[in-house]
Design a protein around this ligand. Structure first.
Ligand code: BES
Ligand code: MN
Ligand code: ZN
Length: 491
């Protein structure tokens, strides 16, 4: 797995600053007052720090901007970064500064001098999240992110604050690696193997093979995978950190490659469908984060792993298949496969675990990208309490969400002449009809959220948290939601 940066929290030591290699970053508030560390840097550089702080560049800088002095004299470091952050800097400013510095940390060490900054852990987290590079498919030896050494006034407190953030960052990197992996590498079998490995973290992991899925009646999920040589699987990951209360269930769409099936997608851009297991990747990363930080909650993650391929054995447009719930589904378009996978996994999760809440994540529709672009995931829910907690958690960690409507009128678009339901509802409101399809498989009384992450799981341009490519979107939101709404609820 791609390594996260090492974080080393130490006591303040002005004499170590001149010798630091790589980069040195010092926090200076907009008012320009110099901390002892900044004063030392000013002395070492013969006044360069003060000149910068008194310049128009500094007075014109916005919160979170980073001003760099290259190859500073009097120091071993190759760059001195001035982070323009007030003592009580906003989350946005901390993330902006953290991302600018984090980008430069692949193959480089950093000495961070936060002074009296209040939320240094947030700044460090932002750096760690941004210091990611997917190199698994390159033959050249990969450069690792360096060590971030933080000089803190209270090292024990900062260490305690940073530790859970690093657990979550490990989960995010796991998700990104899974989403970035090509489909010939991350087959359903390899995916399940990597999840099974998480047993070493104290998770209970069970892999259900095709025969077991057939006995359970998962005719919808199996129909999607039947055209592929890779076997379909459902993986169940249980984290029992709470008491005997009902768990939160996280469900992920894990289509390791989506060709569209017989309703084949056009060639242009089809390669992007290696990320169609993004929901499963997010669930896997969240489970990893919860296990690593030993969350005091019961959470179960279930992922449906399949490959959607055309072949002599593939499901056809017009086929009628039977879900585990018992509803028959007319498959008008084999490219609307994600909902067929999710409906069986969701039904199984409710049947087996009677969860206190259920959240599914899926790269479900292109239509959500038309609606919300790459800045917000679409959230659909039958429960205001769970939905508000989820969107609040997302807001707190800086991940965008936007609630979308459900409604009977949309569900009606899914009427089938010959079966109980059609798997597609026409072009209008494609993301909502997809959500209404899933809604049919939610039992009365189960609080449920569906998150369509098609626009946010993997992006072409860098974001604050990640370089271009897989983002790991949702791992931090889910972790935050567990923390805010499910932890410490021992029955
Ligand atoms: N995996 C796709 C959705 C998708 C599109 C994810 C772009 C990420 C980026 C999904 O399986 C799909 O093909 N959906 C169809 C549904 C349609 C046939 C009703 C779509 O969105 O076109
Ligand atoms: Mn599809
Ligand atoms: Zn798909």
């Amino acid at each position: 797995m791609t390594n996260i940066a090492t974080v080393d929290v130490v006591a303040a030591d002005l004499d170590a600053i001149a010798q630091a290699k790589g980069r040195v970053a010092v926090v200076i508030g907009a008012e320009g007052r110099l901390s002892p560390a900044a004063r030392r840097l000013n002395r070492l550089t013969r006044g360069a720090v003060k000149r910068l702080v008194e310049s128009d560049t500094f007075t014109g800088a916005a919160a979170g901007d980073v001003l760099t002095i290259g190859w500073p004299q009097g120091m071993q470091a190759e760059a001195l970064d001035i982070l323009v952050l007030d003592r009580r800097a906003s989350d946005d400013a901390l993330r902006k500064a953290g991302a600018s510095v984090g980008k430069g940390l692949i193959g480089k060490d950093l000495l961070l001098l936060p002074g009296t900054l209040r939320d240094t852990a947030d700044l460090v987290e932002a750096m760690v999240l941004r210091a990611y590079d997917y190199t698994a498919q390159k033959t050249a030896e990969a450069k690792q992110p360096g060590t971030i050494t933080v000089q803190a006034s209270d090292p024990d407190a900062l260490r305690a604050a940073v530790a859970p953030r690093l657990s979550v960052a490990e989960g995010v990197f796991f998700t990104r690696d899974l989403v970035s992996a090509p489909a010939n590498v991350l087959t359903t079998t390899e995916f399940a193997r990597q999840l099974k490995d998480m047993e070493a973290l104290g998770l209970k992991v069970e892999v259900l093979e095709e025969d077991a899925l057939a006995s359970l009646g998962m005719g919808a999920l199996l129909a999607v995978g039947q055209g592929s040589d890779s076997p379909s699987k459902v993986v169940v990951m249980e984290w029992q950190g709470g008491g005997d209360e009902a768990p939160l269930a996280l469900i992920g769409k894990g289509v390791v490659f989506d060709t569209g099936g017989i309703s084949l997608k056009p060639a242009a851009g089809m390669e992007d469908m290696t990320m169609d297991m993004g929901g499963a990747g997010t669930v896997a990363g969240a489970m990893k984060a919860l296990a690593l930080r030993k969350a005091k909650a019961n959470v179960v993650g279930l992922v449906g792993l399949v490959e959607n391929m055309p072949s002599g054995n593939a499901m056809r447009p017009g086929d009628v298949i039977t879900s585990m719930k018992g509803d028959t589904i007319e498959v008008t378009n084999t490219d609307a496969e994600g909902r067929l996978v999710l409906c069986d996994v969701m039904w199984y999760a409710q049947d087996r675990f009677e969860p206190a809440g259920m959240i599914d994540l899926a790269t479900l529709t292109g239509a959500i990208i038309i609606g919300l672009g790459h800045h917000n995931a679409g959230v659909f829910s039958n429960d205001d309490g769970l939905c508000n907690a989820l969107t609040k958690a997302a807001g707190a960690v800086g991940e965008g969400t936007w609630r979308m409507p459900l409604g009977d009128a949309y569900a009606k678009q899914l009427k089938s002449r010959i079966a109980d339901v059609n798997n597609v509802g026409g072009r209008p409101a494609g993301s909502i009809t997809a959500a209404e399809f899933l809604h049919r498989f939610v039992k009365d009384g189960t609080p449920w959220c569906h998150i369509d992450i098609a626009g946010v799981a993997s992006v072409k341009a860098e974001t604050t948290f990640a370089p271009a490519g897989a983002t790991g979107w949702g791992v931090r939101t889910l972790d935050q939601l567990v923390q805010s709404s499910f932890e410490g609820k021992k029955a």
